[in-house]
Design a protein. Structure first.
Length: 434
């Protein structure tokens, strides 16, 4: 497949929505000509599977639109199948079939790769085809290729990232433009950043899937979606974003993956990032991934984390890598699983922000401090705002294993003096172990 020849390389598309249309536009535009000049290959869009084939898609010959997957999977002229439809099944069975029948596959589907990536990679290896999935993590940012190829020998110890464009856009717009959470989410959907089911974004499942993929590659050890505890931004209130700002922090939905004494710790949750930290400056739908290793110290990759055209860039690059590295891919190293244990999230140590709504009367602050003290949790900063009947009590806690803060939170929530469920958010970079 790597030989330069006159025949175009035919691509079958499974899906032609935000990302699929980006691929079509890219190949029809100047990028198509650049690719042909540089590689000697002309990429041609072949059959395109959609749900509604009667609706025209700009740049796609209507005769190529189909609702029958056989038109893509059973077409011997299709060399590469590009899956940009999303979901687990049917894509899983269709991609296995494509790989086993000798077609290489490029996918943007993080939910599928984070659950079944190794099975798909094995099918690719057994049939001498390739599976590539750069667009599945951080859209346009070439983080998978960099980890797998450029940093293969760098012994990465930590991957910290803003890996969901929708939530970063929402958090940025809530603070910058004063948009409500609901309006910012609606705008992210209009702009094509959000998943078909946006609860995947705001609930943290999308970021968890991406962190499972990035941790697997960074640490050369299989991490599945089920290994990544996650929490989204759907329970955050504008008040927490504002309070954090007053305390010198920016709230971000972070993915944190780290090797701790040989075990893998991976999780996703809202995090208070110090305002001067490099990740604090990443706004809008952009993503950033900070890679740490004793060899290369720190490398940060930043760029668009969502969007049709942006994501198409990673898809088309994967197709080109397949054409250029047929049978020589680094990707098959994913089958070399070091079998590292997964560190229980409660054992990871972190500083925390805690917000309590308490009765505004004498002795309450001392009561809260004594519960924290009995659970071995020490307070670094306290801000109290009395409002008469109730007071807002905001604390930053010293680094503590999550299990102790959780125990203290349960006890505090049960107190008559505590009027709402406590809000607890980890703080980045203050002696945390993950
Ligand atoms: P989308 O706009 O909802 O497009 C999905 C496409 O798949 C549509 O063309 C739809 O057909 C087709 N489709 C869905 N289910 C189908 C089925 N059962 N049979 C046939 N066709 C089906 O989604 P998207 O935003 O392009 O995302 C696609 C994938 O890329 C997802 O895995 C997503 O996680 C990933 N991704 C998205 C972005 C982004 O910024 N949007 C970035 C990175 C990765 P109709 O057009 O007829 O409805
Ligand atoms: N919905 C995803 C996001 C798209 O907002 O990051 C990119 O994977």
């Amino acid at each position: 497949m790597s030989a330069v020849s006159g025949a175009p390389v035919r691509i079958g598309l499974l899906g032609c929505g935000t990302v699929g249309q980006g691929v079509v536009r890219m190949l029809a535009g100047t990028a198509g000509a650049t690719i042909e000049r540089a590689s000697g290959q002309r990429l041609e869009v072949g059959p395109v599977l959609v749900r509604d084939a009667a609706r025209p898609r700009p740049g796609v010959d209507p005769a190529l639109l189909t609702t029958d997957p056989e038109r893509v999977l059973g077409d011997p002229s299709v060399a590469v199948v590009v899956e940009v439809m999303g979901g687990i099944d049917p894509p899983m069975s269709w991609l296995l079939r494509a790989l086993r029948s000798g077609k290489s596959v490029v996918t943007a589907n993080k939910q599928l790769i984070s659950r079944h990536g190794s099975e798909l990679l094995r099918a690719a290896q057994e049939s001498g085809t390739e599976l590539r999935f750069e667009a599945s993590a951080c859209a346009a940012i070439p983080v998978i290729k960099v980890l797998r190829e450029s940093l293969l020998a760098a012994e990465i110890e930590a991957v910290t990232g803003i890996v969901n464009g929708t939530t970063n856009f929402i958090l940025t717009e809530m603070r910058r433009s004063g948009l409500s959470y609901a309006d910012a989410l609606a705008r992210a959907q209009e702009l094509g950043y959000a998943e078909a089911d946006p609860t995947e974004d705001v609930g943290g499942a999308d970021a968890a899937a991406k962190m499972a993929i990035l941790a697997s590659i960074a640490f050369h050890s299989r991490v599945l979606l089920g290994d990544v505890p996650y929490e989204g931004i759907d329970r955050l209130q504008a008040e927490d974003v504002d309070m954090a700002h007053d305390l010198g922090f920016v709230v971000k939905l972070l993915g944190l993956a780290r090797l701790v004494e040989g075990a893998v710790s991976v999780r996703v949750h809202p995090t208070l990032v110090p305002a001067g930290h490099r990740l604090a400056a990443i706004g809008g739908p952009d993503n950033a991934v900070l890679l740490e290793s004793s060899t290369v110290r720190e490398i940060m990759l930043v760029g668009p984390g969502a969007g049709g055209t942006e994501t198409a860039s990673a898809i088309v690059a994967d197709v080109l890598s397949i054409l250029g590295t047929h049978r020589g891919s680094f990707l098959h190293n994913a089958l070399a699983d070091a079998g590292r244990p997964i560190l229980p999230p409660d054992e990871v140590q972190s500083a925390f922000y805690m917000r309590l709504v308490v009765a505004d009367r004498p002795g309450v602050l001392a009561l809260v401090a004594s519960v924290l003290g009995e659970e071995g949790v020490s307070i670094r900063t306290v801000v109290q705002r009395g409002q008469g009947v109730e007071a807002r009590l905001v604390m930053v806690l010293h680094p503590t294993p999550g299990v102790r803060v959780r125990a203290a939170t349960v006890r505090l929530a049960a107190l008559e003096e505590v009027r709402e469920d406590p809000v607890v958010i980890p703080v980045l970079g203050s002696g945390e172990g993950g």
